[in-house]
Design a protein around this ligand. Structure first.
Ligand code: FES
Length: 90
């Protein structure tokens, strides 16, 4: 299991390692995440990672195209990554 913490809403969830963030949301809609296209195109699911960048799967090519320079600022698209360990989201 890994912990996903949302700083703004002060919520922490325990999630099985390897789970796609979009699937976590479908199981637990209390997660403070929003999704639109779920294809990495609209940017609605953009999150800022505070801690644990290394604990998410690598950026997909579509994610790189959509986020562009915001990748360097710690942004990820929740619909494009899976959990490998603990993360903290701003
Ligand atoms: S839901 Fe559209 S980019 Fe993630």
């Amino acid at each position: 299991m890994a912990k996903i913490t949302f700083l703004k809403s002060e919520k922490t969830f325990e999630i099985p390692i390897g789970t796609d963030l979009v699937k976590i949301y479908e199981i637990n809609p209390d997660l403070p995440l929003k999704f639109g296209c779920k294809q990495g195109e609209c940017g609605v699911c953009e999150i800022k990672i505070s801690t644990g960048h290394e604990n998410l799967t690598k950026h997909t090519p579509q994610e790189k195209r959509t986020l562009n320079t915001r990748i360097k600022e710690g942004s990820r698209l929740a619909c494009q990554c899976a959990l490998k360990g603990d993360i903290i989201i701003n």
